[in-house]
Design a protein around this ligand. Sequence first.
Ligand code: SF4
Ligand code: SF4
Length: 336
Amino acid sequence: MKKLLLKEKWPELWALLAHEGPLYLPVEEGSVVLYQLWQEGVKVNLEAVNSTVSPKDIFLPREETYLRYSCQGEMLDLEDVESDEPIIAFALHPCDLKAIEMIDRVFLNQDPPDALYKKRRENTTVVALACRQPDPYCFCGVFGIDPTDAPGADVMAYLTEKGLLLEEQTAKGKILLEKAAPLLEVEADETNITVDVKTQDFGLQVEGLPEDLQERFNDPVWDDLFRSCLGCGICTYVCPTCYCFDVEDYGHEEGGERFRCWDSCMFGHFTQMAGGHNPRPSRKERVRQRFMHKLCYYPETYGEIACVGCGRCLRSCPVNLDIVQAIKALGGEKVG
Ligand code: SF4
Ligand code: SF4
């Protein structure tokens, strides 16, 4: 059954949840909305359809310490950097949760799975927020995503005039709502809310595209498609399904640490070898890699295109070289 959290009680809920552990939610900062840690005074924005950067960094932080070590003579001590803190990810939209499912496959479907990522996923309770209206860049329907439903969520939330309707989906979600119980009320007239959200499709038709691209690595389309790209990498940073990272060490005689941070296949040095060779020497190879990965390589391995139609690359690319333009250039358009 859905329970109502009245608008005036939202700050009480944030404070209650943040007391348990890190609480991430969409926070407005000037003209951008980012998933940030809640603290007294932040401007939470649940009306924003899509945050400027996706919430993937709740699970895959922009930078994180992977291991820390100290040395004494020839002895090396490793410090455990994993944390058991319970995390709450609040108000993630269905497309972003679908993207996290895609990143899960990469970090968890391996032996061994990525330990830090796995820990963070297990420790996190996800509250998804159904969309009420699409923004002009949303096209999640092209990839079969329902903007009003998020199957991977622990709690499903719906914005109404009075506040937030919350419904548990898993045992973790049940625990969260039990904690919030003193703030919630049952509202018979709002428990059967239905949301009808229509997103545009930009005339795209992606069925069969991954198979078609398998033979088009050397297609002439790549000779032109890359030309406007500035190599700024913003498309990969805002994208919820991009997950490239770099690993670096820094240390001194007494110890040091290894950390990883986001990287981008759009950067020239991304594939540069220690000896100087670079298998993707120009923007042509790098643009091809970005789009082939999303539209051909990922689906070859995991069975679906690595785009959720969030529209962030459409909004952010300074030269409009976004995935919609790429799909159209590659022939993924409806005929007639
Ligand atoms: S495609 Fe656009 S956003 Fe991506 S690197 Fe090129 S110019 Fe930057
Ligand atoms: S490729 Fe663009 S539209 Fe697709 S998930 Fe990434 S940022 Fe969103």
